[in-house]
Design a protein around this ligand. Sequence first.
Ligand SMILES: [Fe+2]
Ligand SMILES: [Fe+2]
Length: 212
Amino acid sequence: MLDLAEIRRYAQTYFAESTGCHGWDHTERVLALARRIARVEGADLAVVSAAALLHDIGRREESASNGTCCHAARGAEIACQFLSSQAVPPEIIQRIVHCIAAHRFRNSLAPESLEARILFDADKLDSIGAVGIGRAFQFAGEVGARLHDPAVDPANSRPYSMEDTAYREYLVKLRYLKDRMLTATGRRLAAERSAFMDTFFTRLNDEVAGVR
Ligand SMILES: [Fe+2]
Ligand SMILES: [Fe+2]
């Protein structure tokens, strides 16, 4: 009923020019994590997989609009059109589309289904732990930030600048993500990843200070 190989092929076309921390690799990692969580939580594996593959296809339009278009909402629209063309039953389309539309969840649409909560957790988990550290440094490199500034003041430093280090991202956002998880499995994985990140940045400060 859901042809995941075809969905992957279609979703990948939206990442042809994407590089770095927003490249296609992120989607494959989110897919693997979401499937793992879905098995433990007893969710619908097909719905979770399709939603994970399609969750960021709106990102290109968000970037092109300088952030005025929300990639979750736009991605949900594009996915709805595509899945309708694949003769997927409307009830299944609606469940997949909700996951995509709610995957950002700040002040917007809340994830209401188990599958949507799993996609949310998997997407956030890819920002923490060893992968999260790697992505934070990759992003900092892309905006020309310094390797490290242990004295950075998160309240008085600008994003997309020399001061936008991986450590700043950790202080401002990454260290709090573990508290936002929506499933028990997500919380468990996030706690472990977050502890690793805490250890890494503590050590980075020590090494930069020359005490280790
Ligand atoms: Fe996203
Ligand atoms: Fe994502």
